[in-house]
Design a protein around this ligand. Structure first.
Ligand code: PAF
Length: 283
């Protein structure tokens, strides 16, 4: 596995790989690699001959009150994990080479980025859309894999790739869950044992929704309220939002129509740790 830090060098390598007719798959991360990231690499391997993994803790997607400086950066451990997962190139640039002082351009997506995480974390998706565009231009992939855990981020990326006419296939990778249903996330390391147990209420909420919709309950607002109550009744937990949306547009949906699929979005605090999750719900 080769470690590259300069965008220009990464671009030159990617260009050469393309000229040699290699199919490039990229997996973008902010490091602190876990099972979820490794599942993205595995999925990328199914479609691409060359895997580039990027590690970049992107400052522009963190809000003023968020944990940019506390964000874990275990680079040596990450590099070892990436190597053993079969990554070919690890691209880990410095902030200054990605955001030089003279840079003036950002990428912003409206509709799909406007609600839920977009509302709670102003500027977050502008930071994500900008860095993802930059990393796609630097790594020149044919395919790019993103986790379905960050469902709204995935929808924003699908939107931007289509809107900016990028010739890149975006693949969503299923959420990896622990045995108890908790979605694997970099933030889980901040949870105490009690908070971790309590956080399984998110998955219980998803199961509740699937069961209620399966029983022909059509009022999604009522089901969302039931899940919020479940979360708020759990010691140490506080619901931030629970809502059903159309998967592609992220438009909120209030009434389920038989035969359609929806996405249930959930965000809550377990202690001081903010967690998000989502589940596909078939009506
Ligand atoms: O999902 C993440 O880890 C980040 O948002 C991403 C896509 C790597 C952009 O910084």
């Amino acid at each position: 596995m080769q470690i590259i830090t300069e965008p220009g060098q990464m671009q030159a390598i990617a260009e050469k790989l393309r000229l040699n007719r290699q199919c490039i798959g990229v997996v973008m991360t902010m490091g602190a690699l876990h099972e979820g990231h490794l599942s993205l690499v595995k999925l990328a391997r199914e479609s691409a001959g060359i895997i580039i993994l990027t590690i970049f803790v992107n400052p522009t997607q963190f809000g003023v009150n968020e944990d940019l400086h506390l964000y874990p950066r275990p680079f040596e451990k990450d590099a070892a994990l990436a190597k053993s997962a079969g990554v070919d190139y690890l691209f880990a640039p410095e902030t200054g080479s990605i955001y030089p002082e003279h840079s003036q351009t950002t990428v912003e997506c409206s509709g799909v980025a406007s609600r839920f995480e977009g509302e709670r974390r102003p500027g977050h998706f502008k930071g994500v859309a900008t860095i993802v565009t930059k990393l796609l231009n630097i790594t020149k992939p044919h395919i790019a894999i993103f986790g379905e855990k960050d469902a709204q981020q995935l929808a924003v990326i699908r939107r931007l790739v289509e809107d900016l006419n990028m010739d890149i296939k975006i693949i969503g990778a299923p959420i990896v869950r622990e045995k108890n249903g908790l979605a694997v996330s970099s933030r889980n390391i901040y949870l105490s044992n009690e908070e971790r147990d309590a956080a399984t209420i998110l998955y219980k909420g998803i199961c509740h929704a699937q069961q209620r919709v399966g029983e022909q309950a059509h009022n999604l607002l009522t089901i969302a309220e039931e899940i919020e109550a479940m979360i708020n009744r759990t010691p140490g937990c506080r619901s931030d939002y629970v809502g059903f949306v159309d998967e592609a547009t992220f438009e909120p949906v209030e009434t389920a129509e038989t035969g359609r699929k929806y996405l249930l979005l959930l965000a809550m605090y377990s202690g001081a740790v903010r967690l998000i999750d989502n589940g596909k719900i078939d009506a």
